[in-house]
Design a protein around this ligand. Structure first.
Ligand code: 8YV
Length: 340
């Protein structure tokens, strides 16, 4: 009986490739070619499992062309690259990588907030350009973090991690908006108050976006929302491109509708709206909020362990649509079943 076939859609730590190769026939993409959808479909031919990242779209067309595919393990907590309904219909399991990245991502969200409010990259560019000739009273004077009101849109695990840093480390008041309200003891610990989205926009000195992307969160922050914010406010997006209308944000930064923004994610990334690149009051980073070596390794291990668990008949660690299993489409460890 042959081993299951697994596709690694992007390059990953060599030890993860080695670990998977102990269980599977592995088709690795260690040269890290970013495939088109047509190329992804081609590469998935005959594969029983896929190790994916946030840029790999598993949609109805991919599923229709990949009848042997049984599981896609995402090395990301966000899974808006999965059409989960189509996967469930097709009997394909999805897994994601929650928890292991929470603290690292919250660290980065706070770092981006600090860099943005205190104008760290803007002032460094000025210095490196040889423009610093004298000290002056308002040179790169920004906004305070300590004691300010921290707004959080999307109060999941990462949002709570940022709130904890703000409340415990910087004496911040926290206001948040979320699908559901936190338990009162959690709110008390985070010095957090649940408010409407409109109040959040109006009262936050710093607003951090940590909500998942879905059609309903598309352009959750657009021109009208930006106009509701304080002119001294900063906006930080570590969630997903598309949650902010980047064209409207670029205009708001140019017009000083808000003071500054820190962005780790972008609509259409890795392309950026050209007006964002021109704005000086924005800190831009290339989708690296979870990028510490230990955390990226933990994310990759979790994705790999989900694949191994599935094909060895063990319980999945972080399934997104476990109903697929109970529907009777279980894995066959040494002879992977076809869906067809
Ligand atoms: C990933 C992320 O680095 O986990 C997520 O949802 O956005 C990042 O941590 C990225 O999606 C690559 O898979």
């Amino acid at each position: 009986m042959s081993k299951p076939h697994i596709l690694l859609a992007r390059a990953v730590f060599p030890e993860i490739v080695d670990k998977l190769a102990r269980h599977f026939h592995v088709a690795a993409n260690q040269s890290d070619v970013v495939w088109t959808q047509a190329q992804l479909i081609e590469q998935l031919k005959g594969q029983h499992g896929a190790f994916t990242t946030g840029g790999d779209q598993i949609d109805a067309a991919v599923l229709a062309a990949s009848p042997e595919l049984r599981i896609c393990a995402n090395m990301a907590v966000g899974y808006n690259n999965f059409d989960l309904e189509a996967m469930t219909r097709a009997g394909v399991l999805g897994t994601n990588a929650p928890d292991v990245l929470t603290e690292t991502t919250a660290d980065f969200g706070f770092a981006l907030l600090m860099a943005t409010a205190r104008r760290i990259t803007e002032s460094e560019h000025y210095l490196r350009a040889g423009r610093w000739t004298k000290w002056s009273y308002d040179l790169f004077a920004g906004a305070d973090i300590h004691g300010a009101t921290l707004g959080i849109l999307g109060m999941g695990r990462i949002g709570q991690g940022i709130a904890r840093r703000g409340a415990h480390g910087f004496g911040m008041k926290v206001v948040y908006h979320n699908r559901s309200q936190l338990a009162s003891d959690v709110e008390a610990d985070l010095n957090a108050r649940y408010v409407s989205k409109q109040e959040l926009l109006e009262v936050a000195d710093h607003l951090v976006l940590v909500l998942p992307y879905s059609p309903s969160s598309h352009h959750a922050i657009g021109a009208a929302e930006l106009a509701s914010m304080k002119p001294t406010a900063t906006l930080v997006n570590i969630a997903r491109g598309g949650i902010v209308d980047d064209a409207a944000l670029a205009q708001a930064l140019r017009n000083k509708t808000i003071a500054a923004a820190g962005l780790d994610v972008f609509e259409g990334e890795p392309q950026l709206h050209p007006e964002l690149l021109k704005a000086s009051n924005v800190v831009l980073t290339p989708h690296i909020a979870s990028a510490s070596i230990p955390t990226r390794l933990a994310m990759a291990n979790l994705a790999a362990d989900n694949l191994i668990a599935f094909f060895t008949g063990q319980p999945l660690l972080t399934p997104l649509n476990p109903g697929v299993l109970t529907a009777g489409l279980t894995a066959q460890p040494s002879a992977p079943a076809s869906r067809t």
